[in-house]
Design a protein around this ligand. Structure first.
Ligand SMILES: O=C(CO)COP(=O)(O)O
Length: 258
């Protein structure tokens, strides 16, 4: 029995129309789960900002809701930004930070990701903080160095208690949206490394308790096998989280991990 509660995040990215979002909410609300989302597994959906209020109001109450980004300043003169407080005021509990798409397209550095993680936690949010290597880094044997580089500022920014509010998501960039999923052994090797890193650089308690998710081409066919690995505590799902039936199957794969 794994003491860490399995976690399934659905990152909808910049997808959805008013009609498709309504349909997805309806499909998720009527999904037959074989696991208890209040107890066995934690499920959090992350819609685009424009649908956050609707999803928060209409999605089943046993699923949490996450923003895909937030502004790490108090509300004020920040055109186009969404401060943490606006999210917590509307009952949002989570935020996805450090996703490779934001690192790549919005210039978010390792330090920015660490600072935002700290700010989010201080503001009352929990974070799914993402790390992961690009293909060229994997091929040149740099995976673990890169992960060290990404983790160091996060560990420096957070107190030991802060880690209670963090879920780490290992998302190898080469596996995101490519259909090229990491093998269970490849993912487990990195997850075990990350857990040891946390034990060596933060604490044994944090290493034992932090949930480490795998993300990158997770679907309803591969989730069960990945979820059986001892250091894989759940998934951050992109494309397959937009289909109610596939996402429900992925949630049910938590059974295999229990
Ligand atoms: O980036 C991801 C989740 O944050 C993974 O996306 P895919 O599941 O579409 O590969």
């Amino acid at each position: 029995m794994n003491a860490r509660r399995f976690f399934i995040g659905g990152n909808w990215k910049a997808n959805g129309t008013p009609a498709s979002v309504k349909q997805l909410i309806a499909d998720l609300n009527s999904a037959k789960l074989e696991v208890d989302a209040n107890k066995d597994v934690e499920v959090v959906c992350s819609p685009p900002f424009v649908y956050l209020a609707e999803v928060k109001q209409s999605l089943r109450s046993d699923f949490g809701v996450a923003a895909q980004n937030m502004w790490d300043k108090a509300p004020g003169a920040w055109t186009g930004e969404t401060p943490t407080q606006m999210l917590t005021d509307m009952g949002i509990e989570w935020v996805v930070l450090g996703h490779s798409e934001r690192r790549e397209n919005c210039g978010e550095t390792d330090q920015v990701v660490a600072d935002k993680t700290k700010f989010a936690i201080e503001g009352g949010l929990s974070t799914m903080t993402c790390i992961g290597e690009k293909l060229e880094e994997r091929e040149s044997g740099e995976t673990f160095n890169l992960l060290d580089r990404q983790l160091k500022p996060i560990a420096a920014a957070l107190s030991e208690e802060d880690w209670d509010k963090v879920v780490l998501a290992y998302e190898p960039v080469w596996a995101i949206g490519t259909g090229k999923v990491a093998t269970p052994d490849q993912a487990e090797e990195v997850h075990a490394y990350l857990r040891k890193w946390l034990a060596d650089n933060v604490s044994k308690k944090v290493s034992d308790s932090v949930r480490i998710l795998y993300g990158g081409s997770v679907n309803d066919k591969n989730s069960e096998e990945l979820g059986r690995k001892p250091n894989i505590d759940g998934f951050l799902v992109g494309g397959a989280s937009l289909k109610g039936d596939a996402f429900a199957t992925i949630i049910n794969s938590a059974k295999a991990a229990m």
